[in-house]
Design a protein around this ligand. Structure first.
Ligand SMILES: Cc1cc2nc3c(=O)[nH]c(=O)nc-3n(C[C@H](O)[C@H](O)[C@H](O)COP(=O)(O)OP(=O)(O)OC[C@H]3O[C@@H](n4cnc5c(N)ncnc54)[C@H](O)[C@@H]3O)c2cc1C
Length: 385
């Protein structure tokens, strides 16, 4: 049985690793040229019941705890004047929490655990065509072709495998401008102190200025805005951003970004002014809640390819849990992969529905005019009794 996995993100690599532990070979086709072809983005907090569970199944829990940054769980929520509204500190040496790990460290940890020939770099899948006798013919962007008996789409938000199973549309729920500030302790100690070891969210009316400390001593800064512009004082804010960034036009300049934070404390807007280089713009897209499909022999989806949700802390965790559950099903039933796929999909659809609903609710909450009050209620435990 030739298993092909399209995409070497958290989902695809976790799947390949757990299959390997069960003695089942798989090939991961990844579009990146190599492991260092692009920066991997910010941190991920891995939850015990999903991301951490998958790493335990992968036999990598010990290495995860060596690379994890439990202090990265610290969260500070500020208002536009710079007043602290909430300060969550993780319990010291807690193993019950949701420790953060840099995406690049997670990717390295998974890549290093796989036999060298598992990942085939520089292979962007462009088409998967059913073969008459079963399985799929795979075509890559340089014209190369190969075949497989089982195809698993782990190729993220804009999956090429997804249309074999569903034509669920994507909708844009927010816009995100991403910036980076390097070597922050030396160059901007004031910003290092403001953000602390974890996450900072500054909540204004229908906009968020957030920053995250990474293990390499840099800050990742993000500006989130509602995609429809509702709640923004000047509709031109959204128009300017929609016109900016790769895939969206030219990148917005610092002045355009700062204009959205008129009246905010200069301590906070310094995060934008200190950024190295232009902003990267992206649309935050989602699939409809409750997306499911009729099982089709020889093909399935995991992670963002299966259930693209707003980025509120579940996507990578669920991708890794998908991987663990699909690998377990295939290992339990190697003679009948279609039965394994059916069992995996039923469990995954049931699990993802409520998580996608919760993620959508939090996403809406974060970009409403009353975000600060709503989020404080969300994070403040109900008094006992
Ligand atoms: C700003 C932001 C913050 C987030 N924060 C969190 C968080 O804190 N916690 C959390 O759990 N989730 C978070 N998420 C969500 C998380 O990033 C995704 O849900 C997760 O990465 C999905 O993993 P995946 O393996 O399914 O897909 P991806 O991570 O997208 O990986 C897909 C892989 O497939 C490759 N690929 C794509 N197309 C092809 C192709 N045609 N052929 C070959 N290879 C291909 C890509 O290069 C990539 O390596 C966040 C997302 C964003 C945007």
């Amino acid at each position: 049985m030739r298993i092909a996995i399209a995409g070497g993100g958290p989902g695809g690599l976790t799947l390949a690793r757990i299959l390997h532990r069960h003695g089942i070979g798989a090939v991961v086709y990844e579009r990146d040229a190599d492991r260092s072809a692009r920066t991997q983005g910010g941190m991920l907090d891995l939850h015990s019941e999903s991301g951490q569970h998958a790493l335990t199944e992968a036999g990598l829990a010990g290495r995860f705890w060596s690379a994890a940054r439990p202090e990265g769980e610290e969260l500070r929520i500020l208002d536009p004047a710079g007043r602290m509204l909430l300060h969550h500190r993780p319990q010291p040496s807690s193993v019950a929490g949701r420790p953060e790990i840099d995406r690049s460290d997670l990717r390295d940890l998974l890549l290093d655990s796989l036999p060298g020939d598992t990942i085939v770099w520089q292979h962007r899948l462009v088409a998967a065509t059913p073969r008459p006798g079963g399985g799929f013919a795979l075509t890559f962007d340089d014209g190369r072709t190969t075949g497989c008996d089982v195809l698993i789409g782990a190729d993220g938000a804009r999956s090429v495998v997804r249309p074999l199973l569903t034509d669920a549309p994507l909708s844009t729920v927010a816009l995100l401008a991403e910036l980076s500030v390097g070597d922050v302790d030396r160059r901007h100690p004031d910003l290092a102190a403001l953000v602390g070891p974890g996450n900072l969210w500054c909540l204004g009316e229908s906009r968020i200025l957030a920053a995250q400390r990474l293990g390499d001593g840099s800050l990742r800064v993000g500006i989130s805005l509602p995609a429809d512009g509702v709640g923004l004082d000047a509709a031109s804010d959204t128009r300017a951003l929609l016109a900016g960034g790769p895939g969206l036009g030219a990148a917005p300049d610092t002045r355009t970004l700062l204009d959205m934070f008129r009246g905010w404390s200069p301590r906070l807007t310094a995060l934008v002014e200190a950024a190295d280089g232009a902003a990267t713009m992206r649309r935050i897209e989602t699939m409809p809640i409750g997306t499911r499909w009729a099982t089709r022999p020889g093909v399935t989806l995991i992670g963002d390819a299966a259930h693209l949700m707003p980025p509120v802390g579940e996507g990578a965790n669920q991708a890794m849990l998908d991987a663990a559950e699909l690998a377990a099903a295939l290992a339990a039933n190697p003679a009948d992969p279609d039965a394994a796929i059916r069992a995996y999909e039923e469990t995954m659809f049931r699990r993802i529905g409520p998580i996608a609903e919760m993620s959508a609710r939090v996403q809406v909450m974060m970009l409403t005019p009353t975000a600060a009050a709503d989020l404080l209620r969300f994070f403040t435990p109900e008094p006992a009794g």
